[in-house]
Design a protein around this ligand. Structure first.
Ligand code: NAD
Length: 335
């Protein structure tokens, strides 16, 4: 099987590419990534020399190039490529619409033309909006995105749905909760707090710190997408979540405790605009219909993740210094 994976130099995409190549010794992956600030080829170092993995630097909004690449015998498209950081979407919404809406449409058009057998859109629970103290997001929860990021993801999802309803494209949409694990860009909560704490810098916590996220270990996310590719019913949405709701302040205190740093580093800052209060995923459909079960328990998963960032300080300091961007030039010439 030949997969075209977009965004495979980012956090979840790179974990997914490595996971699939290991699971399926006869699969081939074309990995398409524009290498924005969030794309890091160093994430894929372990695949150097692997003939089943081809990296192509390309932008998913480039319709002609997506057409050419998907036209080269691709069976399945799995799309992770996105602008993914909510704070950046508040400052700069236009690039979010460009990649997350227009880019998705360019991929769908190429997928339709070349009769692929599956198109998986990797989306987010944030399209459902915010929950009160009770209840969980199901696949039937109405979409009520609150940030430019989630609105642009919802826009992409709606196009995916429309290509199924209108053209019969064999699609699935997955909506997962917050991922954690190795290789996450250090602007996101867990790696950001770890790196700042290690430098004895203040840890900025939005509002009262009581916003709740439902944490999912990245490898468990990858195994769910694997099942969706092979067993998902066309046109269906699958929610993926680990039933691990934790407040942000709980996460920050866990990090400080494991690193042996004082809670006095915590600094409450003005809340994020439109900050969703609570996300919680009901993954029953994915578990019962596809037989998915997360392997990682949160308490051990978070400890292992913190340890990974301690063991791979070089990886994230190279991101913070910008040095990771030189890697592409060394491998492939100027960016
Ligand atoms: P990330 O920001 O780490 O990676 C995104 C990747 O997409 C980067 O490698 C970047 O270079 C690439 N990219 C961006 N714009 C592109 C373009 N126009 N053309 C080609 N490549 C482009 O993101 P992530 O955390 O790995 O998230 C992957 C997907 O999962 C996203 O679609 C995101 O919406 C979704 N998601 C993430 C989380 C999470 O907790 N990280 C939760 C729910 C959903």
């Amino acid at each position: 099987m030949k997969l075209l994976v977009t965004g495979g130099a980012g956090f979840i995409g790179s974990n997914f590419v490595m996971y699939m190549l290991e699971q399926y010794p006869d699969y081939e992956i074309v990995n398409v990534d524009a290498l924005t600030y969030a794309g890091n080829l160093e994430n894929l170092k372990s695949l150097e020399g692997n003939k089943r993995h081809t990296f192509i630097k390309a932008d998913i909004t480039d319709a002609a190039q997506m057409d050419r690449l998907i036209g080269q015998g691709v069976d399945v498209v799995v799309s992770f490529a996105a602008e993914s950081h909510v704070d950046r979407s508040i400052m700069e919404p236009d690039v979010f619409v460009r990649t997350n809406v227009n880019g998705t449409q360019a991929l769908l058009e190429a997928a339709k033309k070349h009769n692929i057998t599956k198109f998986v859109q990797v989306s987010t629970d944030e399209v459902y909006g915010s929950l009160g103290p009770t209840g969980l997001f199901t696949e039937d929860t109405p979409l009520q995105p609150n940030s430019p990021y989630s609105a642009s993801k919802a826009g992409g999802d709606m196009l995916v749905r429309a290509y199924h309803e209108t053209f019969g494209l064999p699609v699935n949409i997955t909506r997962c909760s917050n991922n954690y694990g190795p290789l996450q860009f250090p602007e996101k909560l867990i790696p950001l707090m770890i790196s700042r704490a290690l430098n004895d810098e203040a840890l900025p916590v939005y509002g009262d710190g009581l916003n709740i996220r439902d944490w999912l270990y990245v490898e468990d996310h990858c195994s769910a997408i694997d099942l969706v590719i092979h067993k998902g019913r066309n046109g269906e949405v699958y929610n993926i979540g680990g039933n691990n709701e934790r407040t942000n302040i709980h996460i920050v205190k866990t990090i400080l405790e494991q690193l042996g740093k004082p809670e006095s580093l915590i600094q409450y800052v003005q809340d994020r605009l439109g900050h969703d209060r609570r996300y919680g995923i009901d993954p029953t459909k994915t578990m019962t219909e596809l037989g998915w079960k997360p392997k990682h328990n949160f308490e051990t998963g978070i400890k292992e993740t913190i340890q990974w960032y301690l063991d791979n300080k070089d990886w994230w300091t190279r991101i913070q210094s910008g040095a990771y961007q030189e890697y592409y030039e060394k491998q492939y010439g100027a960016r």
